[in-house]
Ligand binder design. Structure first.
Ligand SMILES: Cc1cc2nc3c(=O)[nH]c(=O)nc-3n(C[C@H](O)[C@H](O)[C@H](O)COP(=O)(O)OP(=O)(O)OC[C@H]3O[C@@H](n4cnc5c(N)ncnc54)[C@H](O)[C@@H]3O)c2cc1C
Length: 287
């Protein structure tokens, strides 16, 4: 199916992009990689009057450490993350998630920020970045604000972004010197959306867990943070028993429903098994 007709604009500066968004408000849509927006327009689930293509805006493609933290610009593609040597070790949760996103065609164009703005509960970046406590930086007519991901994700495909705002970058705080993480994804076949995904991150402090991040994909109305599981790890040595208890609590935090991909019970079990497996893997890698 063809999309409904629309105007296409290619601003040269961020201010120009914001000016167009301000003029059309919720009749305009930002176009980044187009890998979610264009299919929605073709299916006529979205019919924006104006598209604001941000692909030629300068300075939005940075993927770099900055004072120990990580900056991911709004035009950083999934493939850039997949190929980045930076995203191992302390940033391992992100490095593990990148190659599991769909297929090479989607990864070539899709952006990390676009994925967050799309807020699909089956999106992999949402969980990987929740586990790492990331924020997005949004520019709008009234200036710049920082939004934590838990506040950003309001419901399936709903965020706290205003239609006049653009995410300019994602910021991931410094995980500390001894840290690691991973992402595990169950998919029916390669390239599919997650049946279940689990992101885990551990920042260690003198042999104990300083901060734990655990977030779940495709088992709730948004990507979910398993807070009780994180708290069960904090300040403890990550022994098999502590990890098993955290995995049990992560499964409890999941809100899955039964569908063609599997029953709710099955998905909850996968959350438990993946959390346990992920945490054990990270513990060994950090050692
Ligand atoms: C067949 C298929 C399989 C897929 N499989 C997976 C998968 O396994 N895992 C996964 O995580 N994702 C998957 N995706 C989604 C893919 O990752 C998209 O690339 C991503 O969700 C959206 O990024 P984008 O840059 O393409 O955004 P776009 O499609 O351009 O935009 C998506 C939405 O975000 C808004 N937006 C984009 N950028 C910004 C910004 N900087 N500021 C404010 N709003 C913005 C747009 O207005 C739009 O509403 C799949 C998509 C397809 C088509």
């Amino acid at each position: 199916m063809y999309p409904a007709s629309f105007e296409y604009t290619v601003p040269a500066t961020l201010d120009e992009a914001l000016e167009t968004l301000g003029r059309y408000e919720d009749e305009a849509k930002v176009l980044a990689g187009g890998q979610s927006l264009i299919p929605l327009m073709k299916l006529r689930f979205a019919a924006p009057r104006v598209l604001v293509d941000i692909n030629r805006l300068p300075g939005l493609d940075t993927l770099a450490e900055d004072g120990g933290a990580l900056r991911i610009g709004a035009l950083v593609r999934h493939k850039t993350c997949e190929r980045s040597e930076l995203l191992g070790g302390r940033w391992g949760t992100l490095g593990a998630a990148a190659p599991l996103i769909s297929d090479p065609i989607i990864r070539n164009l899709g952006t990390v920020a676009g994925s967050l703005a799309h807020a699909d509960p089956q999106g992999d970046w949402g969980s990987a970045l929740l586990a790492m406590d990331a924020d997005v930086v949004a520019r709008g007519p009234d200036g710049t604000r920082t939004i934590g991901l838990r506040e950003l994700f309001q419901g399936p495909f709903v965020t706290s972004l205003e239609p006049t705002e653009i995410i300019t970058e994602v910021r991931v705080p410094d995980p500390g010197p001894v840290a690691g993480g991973t992402y595990l994804k169950l998919e029916r076949k390669v390239g599919d959306f997650a049946t279940v995904g689990v992101a885990v991150h551990l920042s260690m402090d003198d042999g104990r867990v300083g901060r734990a991040g655990i977030a779940l994909t495709a088992v709730g109305p948004t990507n979910l943070r398993a807070t009780a599981a994180e708290e069960a790890l904090a300040g403890r040595e990550p022994t098999d028993e502590v990890i098993a208890e955290a995995a049990r609590l992560a499964a409890e935090a999941a809100q899955p429903y039964s569908d063609t991909r599997g029953s709710a019970d099955y998905k909850r079990t996968v959350v438990r098994v993946f959390t346990e497996r992920g945490l054990r893997t990270v513990r060994e890698a950090i050692r």
